[in-house]
Ligand binder design. Structure first.
Ligand code: SAM
Length: 288
């Protein structure tokens, strides 16, 4: 089997199939031999599970997953990679490539391909759509075991920031709502071909079976979180009144009843506080 973590082998493969890497599709392929086995292991790859990969590229992580897992389903947008993938995956009968845009595919149908197998997600994500991919996976509420992904270090740090903290953003709160994130290890720019401008990191999300806080209307919770962080320098009162189209006179007592200082900033709130605000907005007159 070709060593896909050797840049010379990758260049030769690309040349053989007349392929040019597409920057617009986030095609930075891993060429550090240590990273893919470590990712597969951290993801919980094993004979009892199936692995869903997003963006196999030329298959460097796919082969590592295929060696360990019972089945691999890999979704790739760039069909010009087909001949190269056919070559690199020729020794594996347990890999299915699904051609298409991950953001548009029917995820339930995708998961159906694994039958009764528990499913892990393991991927080196295209950086231009990291957040939409993660949110789509989480919002789908599919029974995934875990999501282990390689992404830009800065995004990884924001995803894994504690709440509340200055590093926290809307994505921190959203990820914490659905999962328990961990930053596992960093990966240098030089581990990719071509090298991106910034370092990367591997994050593992362990999905929660139950929401961490009671909230009556999840849609409202996310409106509050997004609204609060949209203008993070503003006070909650100013930010939320603009985002929710409520006057400050209407909003102030609701925030006070939710035990939140109207003069606080989004980065000072934990999930419980966001939930209390959302619950107040859902049922303004209630005592709880
Ligand atoms: N897994 C390979 C590796 O680690 O070297 C490639 C990772 S590369 C960062 C991201 C891959 O995602 C590329 O192969 C790219 O073509 C693919 N991709 C980009 N947008 C996509 C989308 N919307 N749906 C599925 N795959 C996509």
């Amino acid at each position: 089997m070709a060593d896909l973590s050797n840049p010379a082998v990758v260049r030769a493969l690309l040349a053989r199939h007349q392929l040019r890497l597409k920057k617009g599709l986030g095609q930075n392929f891993l060429v550090n031999p240590g990273v893919c086995p470590r990712m597969a292991q951290a993801a919980g790859a094993g004979p009892e599970v199936g692995a869903l990969e997003i963006g196999p590229g030329i298959g460097v992580l796919t082969t590592q997953l295929a060696e360990r897992c019972q089945k691999v389903v890999a979704v790739e947008l760039d069909q010009s990679l087909a001949p190269a993938l056919e070559e690199t995956l020729q020794d594996f009968s347990n890999v299915e490539i699904v051609w298409g845009d991950f953001l548009k595919l029917d995820l339930e149908a995708l998961l159906g391909k694994f039958g009764d197998l528990p499913v892990i997600v393991c991927a080196n994500l295209p950086y231009y759509i990291t957040t939409p991919i993660l949110m789509r996976l989480l919002e789908s509420r599919l029974p995934l075991q875990s999501i282990t992904v390689l992404l830009q270090k800065e995004t990884a740090q924001r995803i894994c920031a504690t709440l509340p903290s200055r590093q926290a953003g809307a994505i921190t709160a959203a990820i914490a709502w659905y999962s328990q994130p961990e930053l596992l290890f960093t990966v240098s720019k030089g581990s990719f071909l071509p090298a991106p401008k910034v370092d990367s990191a591997v994050v593992r999300l362990t999905l929660r079976r139950e929401p961490p806080v009671l909230v009556e209307d999840e849609v409202m919770l996310f409106r509050v979180i997004r609204g609060a962080f949209a203008q993070r320098r503003k006070t909650l009162l100013n930010g939320l009144s603009a985002a929710l189209e409520l006057s400050k006179v209407e909003l102030t007592p609701l925030l006070v009843q939710a035990e939140v200082d109207p003069g606080a900033r989004a980065e000072q709130l934990d999930l419980e506080a966001f939930a209390r605000i959302a619950n107040r907005l859902t049922r303004p007159g209630s005592q709880s």
